[in-house]
Design a protein around this ligand. Structure first.
Ligand SMILES: Cc1cc2nc3c(=O)[nH]c(=O)nc-3n(C[C@H](O)[C@H](O)[C@H](O)COP(=O)(O)OP(=O)(O)OC[C@H]3O[C@@H](n4cnc5c(N)ncnc54)[C@H](O)[C@@H]3O)c2cc1C
Length: 325
């Protein structure tokens, strides 16, 4: 039986995620070089209607059997293991997202395929897949070569462009019975972000505050600037931990990954756990009193100044410019 490359599609409330298209784009590239077929996998019959968006793949497998609409890691791993008995694959790409976090290790244990986590880049050199993985929150990048290009690879969200993975072509689809298996974990409920709060991942302009803002009483300075710029306020973890802003505003490793057009970092040192959530922004301007603050290494422009002094001046200037038209 001819083996292939599998991309495990991820959907949330009936919508395929960008990570799915990122995996399809890079998967298509590898499949072409290695001359292997590329298959997308949809979990559960309920998601079958999404197959027509997966035209970058040669074909789509819809897995039917277990309860897969909002599945747990062991239910997904069990279904993919059963699928592999019918449709063998050399390389399996899975999303490195919260929903799929536990899938890689379980699947690796079941199939005895090597598992590579936090993959940020994937290249083929001399017919060998070279994976670049981000470890220790970005402090180490490791290049990994998979023996015989065989393995499970968790793709870090935002590492590739989703555009090459989108296609208007309608792929052939096949429903595959993967059986039911008792799993130890059951899905209870999906916890939504606080109602009414802004979604910082959708904002073009973000004004981010760090510990340098010094007190909750100074937050209004950032809010006024955000209003003048037509954006929203977000923050580093210490600001959230103090309860000054809700968790939905946190940027970074344990918060949101944002890619706005403009990211203003105010009094943020630039720890790797923070920068991994914002360094994809189109334009980063940082203000910090410490000229050696690491945030300047990922910034396009830097201002060495006290944020408490510069913030009211910036807001005032923007308001004046608006009045002048
Ligand atoms: C597992 C793990 C997960 C984490 N996840 C996240 C995460 O998701 N997001 C996140 O942000 N962090 C996260 N962290 C924490 C991270 O390591 C840093 O501690 C945090 O990002 C530091 O926040 P900060 O830059 O606001 O504070 P600090 O590091 O204290 O920096 C404050 C900065 O403000 C500057 N400053 C002070 N006063 C002024 C002033 N008046 N004007 C201008 N500049 C001033 C200082 O020079 C300094 O550079 C995580 C840590 C761990 C271990």
């Amino acid at each position: 039986m001819k083996t292939g490359i599998l991309v495990i599609a991820e959907q949330l409330r009936g919508k395929l995620t960008d990570t799915t298209f990122e995996m399809l784009g890079i998967g298509r590239e590898i499949a072409t070089v290695l001359e292997l077929p590329l298959h997308a996998v949809l979990l559960g019959k309920g998601s079958a209607s999404l197959f027509s968006q997966l035209g970058a793949a040669d074909s789509v497998f819809v897995l039917d059997g277990a309860s897969l609409e909002m599945p747990t890691a062991d239910a997904i791993a069990a279904s993919i293991t059963n699928l592999l008995n019918k449709k063998p694959a050399t390389l399996i790409l899975i999303p490195g997202t919260n929903i799929f976090l536990g899938v890689g290790p379980i699947l690796s244990g079941r199939t005895e395929m090597p598992f590579v986590n936090f993959c940020k880049d994937l290249q083929i050199k001399d017919h060998a897949a070279i994976l670049t993985c981000q470890l220790f929150g970005g402090k180490i990048f490791a290049d990994i070569r998979l023996p015989e290009n065989r393995g499970i690879v968790s793709i870090y969200p935002g590492s590739f462009s989703p555009e090459p993975g989108r296609s208007g072509r309608v792929p052939p689809v096949e429903t595959i019975e993967v059986g039911r298996e008792e799993t130890k974990v059951t899905f209870k409920r999906f916890i939504e972000p606080e109602a009414g709060d802004v979604n910082i991942t959708q904002q073009d302009v973000l004004v981010a505050v760090g510990r340098g803002i010094q007190s909750q009483d100074n937050l209004h300075l950032a809010e006024e600037l955000a209003t003048a710029l037509g954006g929203a306020v977000c923050a580093s973890r210490p600001v959230i931990d103090q309860g000054w802003l809700p968790l939905s505003r946190q940027v970074g490793k344990s918060g949101m990954i944002v890619k706005p057009k403009l990211y203003l970092a105010l009094g943020i040192s630039g720890a790797p756990e923070h920068t991994e959530g914002m360094k994809g922004a189109q334009l980063i301007i940082s203000i910090n009193t410490d000229p050696k603050a690491p945030i300047f290494n990922v910034s396009h422009y830097g201002v060495c100044q006290d944020v408490l002094e510069i913030l009211p001046l910036l807001t005032e200037e923007l308001k004046t410019q608006k009045v002048r038209g």
